[in-house]
Write a protein that binds this ligand. Structure first.
Ligand code: GDP
Ligand code: MN
Length: 385
């Protein structure tokens, strides 16, 4: 679960990281009022779940009310890499002497938490990692002991932080590690972690992802989930208990079991197609569930063809076929479907489909055959949207 910057900063503040005072607003008038309250100069910041807001024009400094109004008006409603700006964070602007970088995440291959620090902050950290890897300090932490202050001082020193802020940076790293471990975050990142001319160390940005499976341990974090800024289809899917992730292609995908769906995405990509979604209908999918899933897939207007890839185990292929027939009875999709049924009751399932002779439904025997066919059909299918 990704958090907006201002929500991440709330968690930072909870654990003693220095952040600027600010207010989240959704209208221009509230933005101007908030700016007056936090005190000029302010920075007007788009709150979207994607980085690079500054470069996209979603972060602007304002010295007075006129500028605050102008920037708020421009940024609200802005599209930043496909994310619509509905919320602004108005923060008292900081003076910046230096921009650093800090993050904590889990390094799965090392099976340990990883703290990263660089004095090359404010920029794309992937670039630093690639071009000047020696400037990105990577330090694995003993998860049972946690990050000690001495370790944090060593990281800051090794990273060549300015001598007079080594202690401040170490404090920030310890606090960031605490955010990561105590809030059950999967990522806690600060870019930039700034040093002010007064030599204060402070988080100017926040990128925090929380582990959704651990949310039950943090009732106070439940309402941080940002359904308003999330994709509406993903929100509905979650309400229905369906695992759905929207992707940016045009081939709708449904499979049963996350592993099968993942390989279906791969096979479609190999066949030259672009999946429009990940949808795991789960085990034991019955007719009602399949109908729901078809509706979710077709809600995405980019979808030009759909691939059903079912391997029957607990899931019975005849149930899936019934679900598909029921769905077609009600929604009459205008895009082609390719259906691969294999496993438990597959013969019965295929027989049902054949009897129903649904328009625009194409059976396929193997996964590769199904992928090739669906890519071909999507290419032919006139875009419905
Ligand atoms: P991002 O572009 O989405 O990573 O958004 P950031 O919150 O990191 O802001 C982008 C850049 O805007 C930062 O790297 C800073 O250079 C600048 N910026 C953000 N807040 C302030 C501020 O309070 N004062 C000043 N002078 N610059 C700021
Ligand atoms: Mn940033």
């Amino acid at each position: 679960m990704d958090l907006l910057e201002y929500q991440g900063k709330q968690l930072f503040a909870r654990h003693g990281l220095e952040v600027s005072p600010g207010k989240a607003v959704t209208t221009v008038e509230d933005a101007v009022t908030a700016a007056g309250e936090v005190g000029y100069p302010v920075v007007v910041k788009a709150q979207v779940l994607i980085g690079g807001r500054g470069k996209a024009g979603g972060v602007k400094l304002a010295d007075n009310e006129d500028e605050a109004r102008e920037h708020a008006g421009n940024i609200l409603g802005m599209d930043i890499h496909g994310h619509l700006v509905r919320t602004l964070w108005i923060e008292h602007a900081s003076d910046i002497a230096t921009e650093y970088y800090a993050s904590v995440l889990l390094d799965r291959s090392a099976k340990a938490p990883l703290v990263m620090f660089s004095i090359e902050g404010g920029v794309d950290i992937e670039e630093v990692a690639e071009q000047t890897p020696e400037k990105l300090i990577r330090h694995h932490v003993d998860a049972l002991k946690g990050l000690s202050r001495e370790e944090a001082v060593r990281i800051a020193t090794e990273g060549k932080a300015d001598a007079d802020v080594i202690e401040g940076v170490a404090d920030a790293l310890v606090a960031l590690y605490e955010v990561w471990i105590k809030e059950d975050a999967t990522l806690a990142e600060i870019n930039p972690l700034i040093v002010t001319p007064q030599r204060q160390v402070k988080a100017l940005d926040a990128k925090v992802s929380l582990d959704g499976n651990a949310l039950y341990r943090h009732p106070e974090n439940q309402d941080l989930s940002d359904t308003e800024n999330e994709d509406p289809i993903e929100v509905r899917a979650r309400e229905q208990g369906v695992q759905y992730v929207k992707l940016d292609g045009d081939i709708g995908i449904l499979g049963n079991g996350a592993g099968l769906v993942m390989s279906t995405l791969d096979v479609v990509a190999q066949a030259g197609g672009k999946p429009a979604n990940f949808l795991d209908a789960g085990g034991g999918s019955d007719a009602a569930k399949i109908k729901q899933a078809v509706e979710l897939i077709l809600e995405n207007e980019a979808v030009k063809a759909v691939l059903f890839n079912i391997f029957g185990g607990i899931t019975r292929c005849d149930e899936v076929a019934k679900g598909l027939i029921a769905a077609f009875g009600e929604i009459q999709p205008d895009v082609p479907f390719v259906v691969r049924l294999d496993g438990t009751n597959d013969v019965a399932g295929r027989e049902l489909l054949k009897e129903a002779s649904l328009p625009n439904v194409h059976p396929a025997r193997t996964m590769n055959e199904a992928a090739e066919l669906v890519v071909e059909l999507a290419a032919k299918s006139g875009a419905p949207a």
